[in-house]
Ligand binder design. Structure first.
Ligand code: NAP
Length: 164
């Protein structure tokens, strides 16, 4: 079985997306980190995220979630539910991992399914309309941490695991 991980960047007040779509910050180091992490694996993401990113990344298989069974953006796989997307991903070639990449409802459902949370914690309170659910009881164990910053933000790359 391929491992299932969640990957997200969220602020201190758990914001992940701003009004009108997009990230509430510009942190090129995190964008590069995220692309490198998912490379070679299988991304599962909601339709809005997929459309916002303007398509799939090279070298990364992508499954887009939409409740519309006729949704067909071309050259990527689609699924009408997260369990079906995971089943599809588990049946694909390669060793994964499977990356749950948001948005909010994918993270809410994924909280019970993922074995690790790869969290970039942006140490700021920001305004936004899309949120990451509270993860602290599901992923209380810090497996790895690297602190970094740019001119505007301090942030930490965390790998969090489930209780022993
Ligand atoms: N900071 C981060 O790490 C991060 C990560 C991801 C996203 N974001 C931000 O979050 C925002 C987008 O997230 P969002 O929550 O608004 O939208 P989203 O999850 O990307 O897309 C929502 C759509 O995806 C489909 N969908 C979602 N969950 C589904 C499920 N369980 N089963 C079937 N279809 C499902 C539905 O499509 P249909 O309407 O077609 O049925 C739904 O309307 C953006 O601002 C983005 O930049 C931030």
């Amino acid at each position: 079985m391929k491992p299932i991980y969640m990957i997200v960047a969220c602020s201190e007040n758990r914001v992940i997306g701003k009004k009108g779509g997009g990230l509430p910050w510009s942190i090129p180091e995190d964008t590069a980190f995220w692309k490198e992490k998912v490379k070679g694996g299988i991304m599962i993401e909601g339709r809005r995220c997929f459309e916002e990113l303007g398509g799939a990344f090279p070298d990364t298989d992508t499954i887009v979630l939409s409740r519309d069974p006729t949704y067909s953006p071309g050259r990527v796989l689609t699924a009408v539910s997260l369990p079906l997307a995971i089943e599809l991903a588990q049946g694909m070639d390669g060793e994964g991992p499977i990356w749950l990449c948001g948005g909010s409802t994918v993270y809410e459902e994924g909280m019970a399914l993922a074995e690790q949370l790869h969290l970039t914690r942006v140490h700021a309170e920001v305004e936004g309309v899309a949120f990451f659910p509270d993860w602290t009881s599901d992923f209380p164990v810090e497996l790895d941490r690297r602190d970094s910053s740019n001119d505007e933000y301090r942030y930490s790359f965390l790998v969090l695991g489930r209780p022993d």
